[in-house]
Design a protein around this ligand. Structure first.
Ligand code: NIG
Ligand code: FE
Length: 403
């Protein structure tokens, strides 16, 4: 395949010293699925055999968005629980009464593979329409070997049927399934026994757990992490979402790629994450939708040099959003990230949260994953909210997909 040129763009490379890595009158050269040259058009090397040329008419081009925390594969919805919460019930109370994650597990177990794929595909298309080129998808609504495997297979399949990179994370330690009531330790034994089988089928890129009062204890989480480590799989953690369990400290001991949520993260957790190089994944959608008032310690994370990612956390219970752009806005309005930090959080730093070094910036050698926007300046990505999608074009590994 010959070279492809995209010219006449305002490049938001997120690379180099300039704010946003902005390059006016920029051009990108693609060699198949990779960027082979990125810079100001006047510096473009002469005498290249360019096969195809696209004029971006002065539009903004950013790296493709990376949604590094979603639960995209499930059946049913939890709109009724939303009503109950508005009448005063808490997320935790609903979960303890058998609703919450368990309600989605029941709906998901009785859905067919085709139904799960069709609904996940619709959700993925909505994310892609707003510029997403890589998505992480967690299991965690199956909670048995058979059903967790089904969810992970659907996630893998999605990456085959769509121009989208899918990273699959096993979150079997999400909640206790009813058949293990009162036997959480035995359930954790089961999860540790499933992991090698799921991994042998090529279904697992990382392992996650929900460490909280309504999830698993740090001791149980540790056992899941040890099973992951024995397989050479990286770990991540739903940590300190509803209470401070010391989950982030534990995850850092295992060199976790990321700790996610973090509203109740303490100073010791911040320090441990900084030392381990663990990414903090901020999830403003869940914070907003659950009416949380305790903010993640963004100032402290920033001061300690902990990289911060931003994701949708799409799921039916705590964050039923399909708008990565809205999350950029909320990361700024609710968590006080700067618009540039928010975009970095959904590109370069999100890539780090997934252990991917080949994407997230516009630079030679990176995958040719980018989005083109009808906007003047990248700060508008976080400024606008709720509709009027400005995404004009999405390119994944060099292949165009008109949004
Ligand atoms: O990221 N905290 C646990 N997991 C999900 C919510 C899952 C659900 O409520 O279905 C989260 O918020
Ligand atoms: Fe989550």
């Amino acid at each position: 395949m010959g070279l492809t040129l995209y010219r006449n763009a305002r490049l938001v490379t997120l690379d180099g010293a300039a704010a946003w890595g902005l390059v006016e009158h920029g051009a990108m050269l693609l060699d198949g699925s990779r960027l082979s040259w990125v810079g100001a058009q006047r510096d473009l090397p002469r005498g290249l055999a360019v096969e195809r040329e696209h004029d971006l008419e002065g539009r903004l081009a950013t790296p493709g968005l990376i949604d590094c925390h979603t639960h995209l594969v499930y059946a049913g919805d939890r709109a009724r629980e939303f009503e109950l919460r508005l009448q005063g019930a808490s997320y935790e109370q609903i979960a303890r009464a058998g609703g919450g994650i368990r309600a989605t597990v029941a709906a998901t177990r009785s859905a067919s593979d085709d139904q799960l794929l069709a609904s996940a595909r619709r959700r993925a298309l909505a994310l892609m329409a707003e510029g997403v080129t890589t998505v992480e998808i967690k299991s965690g609504y199956g909670l048995s070997l058979e059903h967790e495997a089904r969810l992970l297979r659907v996630a893998r399949r999605l990456g085959e049927v769509l121009p989208l990179t899918v990273r699959a994370t096993c979150l079997a330690a999400h909640a206790l399934p009813p058949e293990f009531d009162g036997r959480a330790d035995e359930y954790v034994d089961a999860v540790c026994a499933w992991l090698p089988r799921l991994h042998a089928e090529g279904l697992v890129d990382a392992v996650d757990a929900f460490c909280d009062r309504i999830g698993f204890t740090p001791a149980q989480t540790r056992r899941v992490f040890e099973a992951a480590r024995a397989l050479g799989l990286p770990v991540k953690l739903h940590a300190e979402q509803l209470s401070d369990q010391g989950g982030a400290r534990l995850a850092a001991q295992f060199g976790a790629l990321s700790c996610d949520h973090l509203e109740y993260l303490g100073d010791d957790g911040v320090a441990a994450m900084a030392q381990a190089g663990t990414v903090a994944v901020l999830l403003p959608g869940a914070f907003y939708f659950l009416g949380e008032t305790r903010l993640p310690p963004v100032e402290k994370l920033r001061a300690a040099g902990v990289p911060m990612a931003v994701a949708t956390d799409h799921n039916p219970g705590s964050s039923p959003t399909l708008s990565p752009l809205l999350m950029l806005n909320m990361a700024c309005t609710l968590f006080r990230l700067t618009p540039e930090q928010a975009l970095l959080g959904m590109t370069a730093i999100a890539a780090k949260a997934l252990g991917l070094a080949d994407r997230g910036r516009l630079a030679a050698g990176q995958r040719a994953d980018f989005a083109v926007w009808d906007l003047e300046h990248p700060n508008e990505l976080a400024y606008r909210f709720g509709g009027g999608n400005p995404c004009r074009l999405v390119v994944n590994a060099g292949a165009e997909r008109t949004a």
